[in-house]
Design a protein around this ligand. Structure first.
Ligand code: SF4
Length: 267
């Protein structure tokens, strides 16, 4: 497990308005993430929480269970955008679990994680009127996963978690992200999961938000991927082909997200 510095804080509010597609509110009981994905878009949080390298610290908003108690918000609540609610530290702290226990079960909740620790809370999920649980899946080969997501659970475990959620009657979704040329095999993911996944959300890599360090990593170790990501014509062709493959697959599509109106190229 990735050891981290833990910083306890008190939050002022539980639900913050968000522009995340399909959601109205976001809840971030943790800021910072032990999974330490190299491309993580939440790294920008270091502007406000300057505790060092992304993945080496976690801010724990300890009073969140009190803040959600007795509160109802209209519209979908997304958990979380600045961390993974089931990162390893959750096993010991049970903060996410206590929030779910305290939260109104009428709240429309959408959870996203990379961890099969989520299965611990299946019984709690069943008490919500409207809940969905997503797992991020991206089909990186083991060596690539180690490089890009050094401390997240294996893709196999995430796929198994999707299966178990389905078997337990919990609406699930696969968040296929980040889609990176040459590294992400959409057709393989769909064929491995379509029997037990309700719907899919697809997201192409956000080359800008992934940061310069990640762009350098891609250039130096995954040149073929970098070459496509940094060339408008190649990227457009790639996106067109992937979108065709997605549509051809016949799965239910929750959304396809492309962040790339502007190309980001290393100098
Ligand atoms: S699991 Fe999500 S929040 Fe955590 S480091 Fe990876 S991308 Fe960032």
């Amino acid at each position: 497990m990735n050891r981290v510095k833990v910083i306890g804080k008190r939050a002022r509010r539980a639900f913050s308005p968000t522009k995340i597609p399909g959601a109205r509110w976001v809840i971030n009981q943790y800021v910072g993430c032990q999974h330490a994905c190299r491309y993580c878009y939440a790294k920008f949080m270091r502007r406000w929480y300057d505790y060092g390298r992304w993945g080496s610290w976690v801010v724990v908003r300890e009073n969140m269970p009190e803040l959600v108690r007795g509160r109802y918000v209209d519209g979908k609540v997304y958990m979380s955008s600045a961390s993974d609610p089931y990162q390893p530290i959750e096993k010991r702290l049970e903060l996410t679990k206590r929030i779910l226990e305290s939260m109104s079960k009428r709240i429309r909740l959408s959870i996203l994680t990379k961890s099969d620790l989520v299965l611990r809370d299946v019984k709690l999920f069943k008490r919500f009127e409207n809940i969905e649980v997503g797992l991020t899946v991206n089909s990186f080969e083991e060596s690539v996963k180690k490089d890009l997501e050094p401390h997240s659970p294996s893709i196999r475990r995430r796929i198994e978690a999707l299966r178990r959620l389905h078997e337990n009657g919990i609406r699930n979704y696969a968040f296929i992200s980040p889609i990176i040329p040459k590294l992400t095999d959409i057709e393989e993911i769909i064929s491995d999961t379509k029997d037990f996944v309700e719907y899919y959300f697809f997201e192409f890599l956000n080359f800008r938000a992934a940061g310069a360090e990640f762009r350098r990593l891609l250039r130096d170790r995954y040149w073929e991927a970098y070459e496509v990501m940094s060339n408008r014509d190649k990227l457009e062709r790639y996106v067109r082909d992937v979108v065709k493959a997605i549509r051809r697959s016949g799965v239910e599509i929750g959304g396809i997200c492309l962040h790339q109106p502007k190309l980001v190229v290393l100098k």
